[in-house]
Design a protein around this ligand. Sequence first.
Ligand SMILES: *[C@@H]1O[C@H](CO)[C@@H](O)[C@H](O)[C@H]1NC(C)=O
Length: 290
Amino acid sequence: MGYMNVLSLFFIQTVLLVVLVAETKAKVPAIIVFGDSSVDTGNNNVISTLLKSNFKPYGRDFEGGLPTGRFCNGRVPPDFISEAFGLKPTIPAYLDPQYSISDFATGVCFASAGTGYDNATSDVLNVIPLWKELENYKDYQNKLRAYVGHRKAREIIRESLYVMSLGTNDFLENYYSFQSTRRSQFTVRQYQDFLVGLARDFITELYRLGARKLSLNGVPPMGCLPLERATNIMGQYECLQEYNDVSMEFNGKLEGMASQLKRELPGFKMVFTSTTYDAFSQIIRNPAEY
Ligand SMILES: *[C@@H]1O[C@H](CO)[C@@H](O)[C@H](O)[C@H]1NC(C)=O
């Protein structure tokens, strides 16, 4: 399944979710987003990277046909999730100077296209590393406390839904690229374990900072992304099975780590989804949790 198909599937499922969530009294004050191009809503516009999407045809289906820095025709999944929870229809990028803490209080995106769990991945295209996304989040917390007060800020931080979506670039931009040094340091299985360790540390830190509800997204079938198929000349442009196997194995390890963390961290609610479909069926089956 192509990546854009995943997004349209996501859209259909979101429509379903809007209806279902509207019927519950879900209490989610904000959606807070970390990750890569699958969820970036414009942070890369304001950093010095070549990896930007603030030009046409990006944004073709966005309100006013505006290229916002989202890597797709219209809105990205977190925008739909936000709307589904009765919040605003688009989530502002934290680095976008058009917005301020009054906007970010009900949803904010720290994601940066091209980034990964591994510091070496964000270096490839000079984008925002994950540790820096977390630094920006800490900065956000300070601003939030100044804006709504400590008590209310603590509540927003605790009740918000955190969304994480990244990992693809660690393999495709970094591990499997020609100039990668990671391949001489790790077998692909060891590299998966290394990334899962980084994901675990990141989530534990988010928890320590007050987060309690998290949706962790795995990677799509990486062998079926358009670029991978286009370069699979020997395989007649079919999906690359090897990369799809790596995706599945990595998702399995992320999922194992997620269920372990759920047991270890008191009061922590976490959904792991390797397909968008899973995300919705989980939320739909258990709406009271959100
Ligand atoms: C990534 O870089 C940050 C900032 O230099 C550093 O604090 C962190 O330890 C690095 N992570 C790893 C796994 O090397």
